[in-house]
Design a protein around this ligand. Structure first.
Ligand code: IPD
Ligand code: CA
Ligand code: CA
Ligand code: CA
Length: 267
């Protein structure tokens, strides 16, 4: 008999793939684009439709489960009790609108606050990153190896250029020496894929001052499975239901950056 989590995993994978199909089919149709908090904060009919697609299926199949989704069709949650699906229907909406690539569906499933199942689906590359707690992380059928330590000078760091210019979230003098010290920097415009890439060893670390639960819920589960380290900028635990600064990286590298850049700046 399938365990409860196996059943949830099987359904989640099916819905993630089906949602990917819906998104691909939408390319031949007209996209309705609106803005949310500012002119660069985009949302489309597909962000909304995909979130509603998940919610309909989850409510029919697992009526006792809770749902938190970016577009607000789920619930407002104050507690991590029970089984919670944390869904970003399209992570990287700006890329979706402008590039029709470099976006992902992100689904993290937590039970009593513990990350159990994570899916990040890069629809265009047909790369499905998935993990179950204690059972390793995969990209499609390939098991992702445990992450090996790397030094700052050999690291590829993902971060948005905004954070080394004048901004109101982080003093540029914290990250700018780090950007100079690393081998290279990258910015993909989708937190979910950036987290999946850290889990897959394609990036060595990812730093961003503010993400919402749906941006990081699935990624943290993947990173955990491959021995990566995930904290906020203070080096402490990420709060699942709130916006957090997020710093993930390979073991060793995470400690080195925390000590020599974040903590040095606050001393
Ligand atoms: C955004 C992307 C982006 C990150 C933003 C997120 P959305 O998510 O992940 O890379 O920098 O903070 O809001 O709105 O495209 O789902
Ligand atoms: Ca958004
Ligand atoms: Ca997002
Ligand atoms: Ca989104």
């Amino acid at each position: 008999m399938l365990s409860n989590l196996e059943t949830i995993y099987t359904y989640a994978e099916k819905w993630v793939r089906e949602a990917g199909e819906l998104i691909k089919q939408s390319f031949s149709k007209e996209l309705l684009i609106q803005t949310k908090s500012n002119p660069n904060d985009l949302v489309t009919n597909m962000d909304k439709e995909v979130e509603q697609y998940f919610i309909k299926h989850i409510r029919e199949t697992f009526p006792e489960h809770h749902i938190l989704g970016e577009e607000g069709y789920g619930e407002k949650l104050e507690s991590t009790d029970g089984t919670i699906w944390i869904i970003d229907p399209i992570d990287g909406t700006m890329n979706f609108v402008h590039q029709q690539r470099n976006f992902a569906i992100s689904v993290g499933i937590y039970v009593d606050g513990v990350g159990e199942i994570g899916f990040i689906y890069d629809v265009i590359h047909d790369e499905l990153y998935h993990a179950r707690r204690g059972q390793g992380a995969y990209m499609n059928d390939i098991e992702l190896p445990k992450l090996d330590p790397v030094s700052v000078k050999e690291a590829i760091l993902a971060l948005n250029a905004t954070w080394v210019t004048k901004n109101f979230r982080i003093d540029p003098s914290v990250l700018s020496p780090l950007v100079t010290a690393v081998r290279g920097t990258r910015s993909y415009g989708t937190a979910a894929i950036e987290l999946a890439y850290v889990a897959a060893g394609r990036l060595d670390a990812y730093i961003t001052p503010r993400l919402a639960p749906w941006d990081f819920a699935a990624g943290l589960i993947l990173i955990n499975e491959v021995g990566g380290v995930a904290t906020n900028f203070e080096g402490t635990e990420i709060d699942l239901l709130k916006q957090n600064s997020i710093f993930v990286g390979k073991p060793g590298l995470h400690e080195e950056i925390l000590e020599n850049y974040f903590r040095k700046a606050s001393r």
